[in-house]
Write a protein that binds this ligand. Sequence first.
Ligand SMILES: [Zn+2]
Ligand SMILES: [Zn+2]
Length: 341
Amino acid sequence: MSIIRQDPTTKEWVIIAAERKRRPHEYHRHPRAHPQPAETGPCPFCPGHEAKTPDEVFRVPDSSGVGWAVRVTSNKYPALGATGVLERREAGPLFREMDGVGTHEVIIETPSHERSLPLMTDREVADVLLAYQSRYRSLREDPRLKYIIIFKNHGEAAGTSLAHPHSQLVATPVPPMLLRRKYEVAVAHYDDTGRCLYCDIAEEERRAKSRVVLETDRFLVFHPFASRVSFETWITPKRHQPSFGQVSEEDLRELAPVLRRTLRALYDQLGDPDFNYIIHSAPAEDENKDYYLWHIQILPRLTTIAGFELGSGIYVSTMRPEDSAAVIREYEQVTAGKGFG
Ligand SMILES: [Zn+2]
Ligand SMILES: [Zn+2]
């Protein structure tokens, strides 16, 4: 079982997943949480190799009903596990730790080894989103799990070498540092103004227009004012809703083309960049409060995050979001009606 330890200097919780331990030589290059990939497949995520993955917890059947379109399994090398208790233990006068309770799942987005999200159909992307949400809603029922984070690592620079398209879900009992900060700032804004910070930001971006790349009836896509990396992109719903678990199926079906188009624009304009995306939600117990809006952050990994970023938390982006947004808007105009829209 992994353990969760608190850094006494920052109060940040750290997961130490000792089952993942490697011999020193395995750290020499590219330490990874996953086995080395077969670039062209077949791999453990390919159809016919289902027995090589841990227990399946969910699937979207394919149209024949025999196979699958999306599969969700436990992570073979979980950072957190289902057993253990939440009590903190003193491990010395300054040190605090607890069992590594939580969930770590893998969403296999497609049976096809090479069909990445930007190249999928809207229907296929919708199936992936439905799988995310189904797992979110299910894990939401476990009172130990307070923070549910869905994310995707695409490419080596984004932290994965496993080529087969997949995303992950981690649910934790303790607040991740960055999320705690986001929640605190949003709560303070709500206390001051009585309004939701993220809805206010989306409205302000919509009014300013210069960083908006796409707007539909229900969603807004923009490059945020203080982008941390070039082409950082946020997708926000236009109606207030704290949690991704609350999105209606109708809204999910509209989100699918919005997400696909957004990823496709980055794919075409930046040449299939490595990227991460994260689906942020309010803490599970705050889903009915008004201070937070679920949203998706997409972070292309065009440069390496290095010492200064890790040491200071200050990111250095090399492009103004107004300029990157203009590049994507132009692409959207050129491709409109050509089958990309
Ligand atoms: Zn594969
Ligand atoms: Zn809101």
